[in-house]
Design a protein around this ligand. Structure first.
Ligand code: NI
Length: 140
């Protein structure tokens, strides 16, 4: 019987900067201030984000790899540089015109942008680190 192929998870990291303001149109101004605190200040604020993208699959018998990390790096760099880096997420990124740019929603939007560029089923996790102590994992 043929041995099943081994599955592995590989991750590439990328840093970027962006500004945002947390605000929900479904909440009153007072509720927005209460829920989001300083993150609701009208002119926004910036973060240095770290993005970690994990792809998963069988280890290829010929290359010994799941996926070429250089190709993953290129896809991530394209998506981040083109759509996200150094932007005001609320004002400059169409996905956040109506969607609150929380770390959760940014991770979900990045998942959608990355998934379109990768082989179906390859993307496993998008992890977005917003501050030293806060991060979000999204798995589709
Ligand atoms: Ni913030």
């Amino acid at each position: 019987m043929k041995k099943p192929s081994r599955k592995a998870f590989i991750t590439r990291r990328l840093t970027f900067s962006a500004a945002h303001r947390l605000h929900s149109a479904k909440l009153s101004p007072e509720e927005n201030r209460r829920v989001f605190g300083k993150c609701n200040l009208p002119n926004g604020h910036g973060h240095n984000y770290t993005l970690e993208v994990t792809v998963a699959g069988p280890i290829d018998a010929t290359t010994g790899m799941v996926f070429n990390l250089t190709d993953l790096k290129d896809v991530m760099t394209d998506v981040i540089e083109h759509d996200i880096d150094h932007k005001n997420l609320n004002m400059d990124v169409p996905a956040f015109k109506t969607l609150n740019p929380t770390a959760e929603n940014i991770a979900a939007v990045l998942w959608d942008l990355l998934e379109k560029r990768l082989k179906p089923g390859l993307l496993n996790e998008v992890k977005l680190i917003e501050t030293e102590n806060n991060f979000v994992s999204y798995r589709g």
